[in-house]
Design a protein around this ligand. Structure first.
Ligand code: ZN
Ligand code: FE
Length: 255
């Protein structure tokens, strides 16, 4: 049976996620921006926390870990490369390692770029990938530590997952990402439609994440650096996709 997924809005625009394995009852939270909404969600579902998975060291993804552990003891898992700047880890992982939640196996993917050491976790059986501030809905994380080419290769790994994978990202930035995306890919009908749907969802205060990878491949400019229409729009016909990506990321920083 697939993992049950619950999306939890936290702070002003962060998301945490709960995944629950109905066979064993094991339950993991992915990132802990704050403790209150996560405890409420566990309570509401009647789930007992067993694991805390951390994607990267930024405070808005780890700040609630200590308080959460005081209320709900769990195994803390994060990147070995970031062990010095994450809360104390019970299990330190790197790309290629696996994480077991109940009957499901999660695969660790290095998605450095936003930070160096950022990980994503892919659960192929449940078709879920937790990407936090690497691949985001209609966007990607700002490059605080990594280089554009690092982020480009990180996104390429995620883009290669099956299209029906659900992308669970870390923030509600989709509406401003959509406005920017339309400046890069203005004639993309799928993007125009998605931007309208995002505006409608936000007007009702509904989350725009998670999203489907196939949707991101069709509309997210950061996954579309090889697209001839985007390259033509940027005056970068026949450029290396990594250079087109670098230009798109630079434009987003100025947007
Ligand atoms: Zn971050
Ligand atoms: Fe963040």
């Amino acid at each position: 049976m697939s993992l049950h997924l619950m999306t939890i809005p936290c702070l002003s625009d962060n998301y945490a996620y709960l995944i629950h394995d109905p066979t064993t009852g094991q339950t993991a939270v992915v990132d802990v921006p704050e403790v209150g909404p996560i405890l409420d969600a566990l309570d509401q579902q009647g789930w007992t926390l067993s694991h805390i998975l951390l994607t990267h060291h930024h405070y808005d993804h780890i700040d609630g870990v200590e308080d959460l552990l005081a209320k709900a003891p769990a195994q803390v898992i994060g990147a070995a490369a970031d062990a010095h700047r994450l809360p104390p880890l019970d299990l330190a992982v790197k790309e290629g390692d696996t994480i077991t939640i109940g009957t499901e196996t999660g695969h660790v993917i290095d998605v450095s770029g936003h930070t160096v050491g950022h990980i994503a976790i892919h659960f192929p059986d449940s078709k879920l990938v937790f990407t936090a501030d690497s691949l985001m809905a209609l966007g990607c994380g700002r490059l605080f530590e990594g280089t554009p080419s690092q982020m480009y290769s990180s996104l390429a790994k995620l883009a290669a997952l099956p299209g029906d994978t659900t992308v669970c990202s870390g923030h509600e930035y989709t509406q401003s990402n959509a406005k920017f995306a339309l400046t890069i890919d203005p004639d993309n009908q799928a993007l125009i439609s998605r931007a309208e749907a995002v505006t409608a969802a936000r007007a009702k205060n509904q989350p725009t994440v998670p999203s489907l990878l196939s949707e991101e491949l069709a509309t997210n400019p950061f996954l579309r650096a090889s697209d001839p229409a985007i390259q033509a729009h940027l005056g970068m016909q026949n450029s290396e996709p990594v250079d087109v990506f670098t230009e798109i990321r630079a434009r987003k920083d100025r947007f």
